[in-house]
Structures are given as C-alpha cells and as structure tokens.
Design a protein around this ligand. Structure first.
Ligand code: SAM
Length: 255
C-alpha cells in the first residue's frame, strides 16, 4: 500500500483509466449503476425540473445526462481532464449541462449556495480529503438543499476484503479485514490500472457529516430488485451483503 499517495496521484490514474472506464458505460452507466445505484439515487430525488444540480465527480457524464433529460440544469465537475473530454463528446448540445474540470476538494470557481441538489456517485472514496469535500458541498448547497452521495460500503469493502472460495471456485462467504485502517489503498479496476481508494470507517463518515452541518435524511444499502435479478441472475449473491451505501443529506442551515 502507498500510504502517502493522495488525490493528485489518484486522479492521474483516473485520467489514464478514463477511456477504458467510459467504454463500460451506456446511457444507464455500468451494470452496477443500472442494478444498484440508479434505482437507489433516483428513489431519493424529487422532481429535478428547472433545478440547479451539481454532479460532483461526473466521470463520463451518464448521470448528468439522465438528470438533464429530466429537466435539471446541470453543472458537472470532474478532476480528470480526459473524463471531461469524453463526457462532452457524449453529450448532445441541446442538454443543459455545463462541464468544468475541478477538484471536489476545492471548487472555488463555483458560487456559495448555488445548487438545490448535489449528487456524487461513487467519488468520495476516490479522494483523499473527504472532510474538505463535504465542506465544499455544504458551501455550494442552498439552504434546504440535498446532497446525495454513494460510496463503496465501508463496512464490507475494505482494504482487504473479498470472497473466501473453495478450490473449485464456490463462494463460501465474504471476508472483511483491516476495517479500522483509514487511508489510501490500491485496487485493480479492469485489467490494467491499479487505482487508489481511500478507506474510512462508518463512524468517521457519520461524525464528519454531522460536524460539517448536514442532517442525515436517509441511508440506503441497495439490493438488486426482483426485476434486476430476472435480468441478471448472477446478482443473487448481492443479497448476502451490500457493496454500496447511499446517503441523502440535507443542508438545514438558515432554513
Ligand atoms: C467511480 S468514477 C464515478 C463517475 C461518475 N460519478 C459515475 O457515476 O459514472 C469516479 C470519478 O471521480 C472522479 N474523481 C476522483 N477524484 C476526484 C476529485 N478529487 N474531484 C473531482 N473528481 C474526482 C474520477 O475522475 C472519476 O471520474
């Protein structure tokens, strides 16, 4: 593990991985987004028509496009220049999406209280200073607005976790180790790139959310629906423990 690597090193790797990552995404995102994250996130969102929405860490932009197609006016930020290029190429001109390259830990070019909704799908575990990122989201959100973010479930996806298998590959149970380690770790995504992820305990997440001034309105640990299991039966194993957790936070300051 490279214990001193931070956001800058992590984003270099995202930039190198951007084309391969995007190749896996349709207009519904990848298969995990279709099965778990989109249903969870959209179940937490009221109408976005005419709302100002920030997609923080937009990647190749599928979620920004879904939101803009539902009538939102979207600002989409990613720190990887290549991700932003791909997202722009994939976005029809008539969709109201304004792409910017920027680090979610410091979005000084965006104005205070300027969004009614912020979504951040699978990004917070990819950056080093999540406390600073939460403060930025709080600064950018209008009073009464919501910040919805998804991450790898910190209780089950840790620096050392994975299936315990028999010799012939049968999955016995999911192992979790190094839960209390907080910091960076490497993990392969796809064939080529070792990505950097940043692990924190659930306690640290919740205490940081509270300290930032957010109110936790909902928490979801998404499971595959019956319809999704019919379409993708191999996700049956995800009824055993969750890979993801989704938080809906509200900014109640001056509300
Ligand atoms: C797992 S991908 C998710 C992308 C997109 N939200 C989606 O759901 O498809 C993580 C994204 O976060 C971006 N990212 C990582 N660290 C970031 C940071 N500090 N600021 C902005 N974007 C960041 C990466 O470039 C990558 O596009």
């Amino acid at each position: 593990m490279k214990k001193n690597a931070g956001t800058e090193e992590a984003i270099k790797r995202w930039d190198r991985f951007a084309d391969a990552y995007a190749a896996n995404h349709t207009e519904q995102g990848d298969i995990h987004k279709e099965v778990f994250l989109n249903p969870a996130i959209f179940s937490l969102i009221d109408s976005v028509k005419n709302k100002k929405v920030l997609d923080a860490g937009c990647g190749e932009g599928y979620l920004s496009r879904m939101l803009a197609k539902s009538g939102a006016s979207v600002t989409a930020v990613d720190y990887s220049p290549r991700m932003i290029e791909i997202a722009m190429d994939r976005t029809p001109h008539d969709l109201s999406i304004h792409y910017r390259q920027g680090n979610c830990e410091d979005l000084h070019f965006l104005e205070d209280n300027s969004f009614e909704l912020i979504v951040s799908n699978m990004v917070i575990q990819d950056l080093a200073d999540y406390e600073q990122a939460f403060q930025e989201m709080h600064r950018l959100l209008a009073a009464g607005g919501c910040f919805i973010f998804s991450i790898l479930h910190p209780c089950f996806v840790t620096p050392e976790s994975g299936w315990e298998k028999t010799h012939d590959g049968k999955k016995l149970h999911w192992n979790v180790d190094q839960y209390f380690y907080e910091g960076v770790y490497e993990q392969k995504l796809g064939d080529q790139e070792n990505m950097l992820f940043f692990h924190r305990t659930l306690t640290s997440y919740i205490n940081t959310i509270n300290k930032t001034g957010f109110h936790i309105e909902s928490v979801l640990e998404p499971k595959p629906s019956k319809e999704m299991l019919k379409k993708y039966p191999s996700f049956e194993e995800d009824l055993r423990c969750p890979d993801f957790i989704v938080f809906k936070l509200r900014n109640l300051t001056n509300f």
